[in-house]
Ligand binder design. Structure first.
Ligand SMILES: Cc1ncc(COP(=O)(O)O)c(C=O)c1O
Length: 417
């Protein structure tokens, strides 16, 4: 194989100078021999403004958290390496994972008889991992279909056992605009668990009514564990963990980077996995190894730990919930009081995390997206299945970001409406 021309972005042993590509990763500190181009790049990077990021996920992370991670990237705790470059079995990393778990427990007041597991495979992975662990003894589970994600969860679970649909909230047009009230559910009592999604990220539909327990056909038998996908709502407000047997989700909304998934599971639900369940996905095995049965996503756990610490310093979940309620109220009020914008979700089921809205004149969609981007408002395009716009306003979105969006929307309506 010929050596070929030297690639400018690769450092060779003979040339100890940082190459240009590596330079930009190395904390943006230019070395003397790469001036003045590197100086210019450094100045540009520092002058860069952060936009208001409405991405549904992977989503915005608190700027303070990113700054701290950037500051620690090359030399973490004086070790001369980044946290990504050390063993997950080192004392230093185990301390990071333990602190992250302790802070998550403290934020959510997780009772002692629940395990917190850090896993991989995302929420879609959990759509299979949950039935593989919990489908026994009935080989059947009940699913409430309240949006695109719970529909997908039910479909995946059907690969592992029978799925009994409790209710399907789709309207005549196939859209999700609310959640079927429990009085209209039909719960198969011979189900190993009931699965719900508390916040449907694509449809902007949320649901947090207490579950009625009992033996009537719409009630959930007292012993049946409730499993909830909380990918896009966990840590946005207080949640009573004890109402659930298991909570799961991907981290990439309110928790940290993609690649990490979390499970909070009541102890008595461990140890029931199907014999074909991969060991790395058996909750009992993961729990016995303190989420280190195999190499966990260490950087994502570290970053989630920084987010938990940030949340605690904001005053915890009650404090962030107040900000989240104010942000959602501001945006829905602006939509409801406009003649251009429209939200179709029944008010009682409107998500406080993902606000889906449409322009009554859809021919303005492209202009709206282009102009909003110019105004520093990023990622407002709705999900391809639903169309329109979606503003995801997770914890890291400040109230100022929603004010900026509402101001832009009013200005756009004035000019185009
Ligand atoms: C509610 C919900 N469930 C499941 C998923 C899928 O998550 P993942 O991509 O981590 O598998 C998402 C992703 O946006 C989601 O919002």
């Amino acid at each position: 194989m010929s050596a070929g021309p030297a690639r400018p972005d690769l450092q060779t042993a003979a040339d100890p100078r940082p190459a240009a590509g590596l330079q930009s990763l190395a904390g943006l500190e230019p070395s003397a021999n790469l001036q003045p181009a590197a100086d210019r790049r450094l100045a540009d990077a520092r002058a860069q403004r952060r936009v208001f990021n409405f991405s549904p996920g992977p989503a915005a992370l608190p700027t303070e958290v990113l700054e701290r991670a950037a500051g620690e990237m090359l030399d973490w705790r004086g070790l001369g390496v980044s946290v990504m470059e050390i063993s997950h079995r080192s004392k230093a990393f185990i301390a990071v994972a333990e602190q992250a778990e302790a802070d998550l427990r403290s934020l959510l007041r997780v009772p002692q008889h629940y395990k917190v597991l850090f896993m991989q495979g995302g929420a879609i992975g959990q759509n299979a991992i949950v039935p593989l662990n919990l489908m026994a003894p009935f080989q059947r589970a009940s699913y409430l279909i309240s949006g695109q994600w719970s529909a997908r969860s039910a479909k995946e679970a059907a690969r592992y056992g029978e799925v009994a649909v409790v209710a399907d909230s789709r309207d005549a047009q196939g859209s999700f605009r609310g959640v079927t009230p429990q009085s209209q559910w039909r719960v198969n009592p011979q189900s190993s668990y009931l699965h719900l999604c508390l916040n449907e990220t694509i449809d902007g539909v949320a649901f947090d009514a207490p579950i009625e327990r009992g033996s009537a056909s719409h009630q959930v038998p007292p012993e049946m564990p409730v499993v909830a996908d909380v990918s896009s709502t966990l840590l946005s407000e207080p949640l009573e963990v004890e109402r659930f047997g298991l909570l799961y989700g991907g981290a990439q909304k309110n928790i940290g980077p993609a690649g990490l998934s979390f499970v909070i599971v009541r102890e008595d639900l461990l140890g029931k996995a199907h014999r074909h369940c991969p060991s790395a996905f058996d909750y009992q095995t993961v729990s016995e190894h303190a989420s280190m049965y195999n190499t966990p996503p260490t950087f994502a756990i570290y970053l989630a730990g920084l987010v938990f610490d940030w949340l605690l310093r904001q005053g915890g979940l009650a404090a962030i919930a107040e900000v989240n309620r104010a942000k959602a109220a501001l945006l829905y009020h602006a939509i409801d009081n406009s003649s251009l914008y429209l939200n179709r979700v029944e008010p009682a089921y409107r998500s406080r995390m993902n606000v889906v809205f449409f322009l009554r004149n859809a021919s303005l969609d492209e202009a709206f997206l282009a102009e909003s981007l110019d105004a520093g408002l990023f990622a407002l395009k709705g999900h391809r299945v639903v169309g329109g716009m979606r503003a995801s306003i997770y914890n890291a979105m400040p109230l100022a970001g929603v004010h900026a969006l509402v101001d832009f929307m009013r200005d756009f309506e004035r000019r185009h409406g």
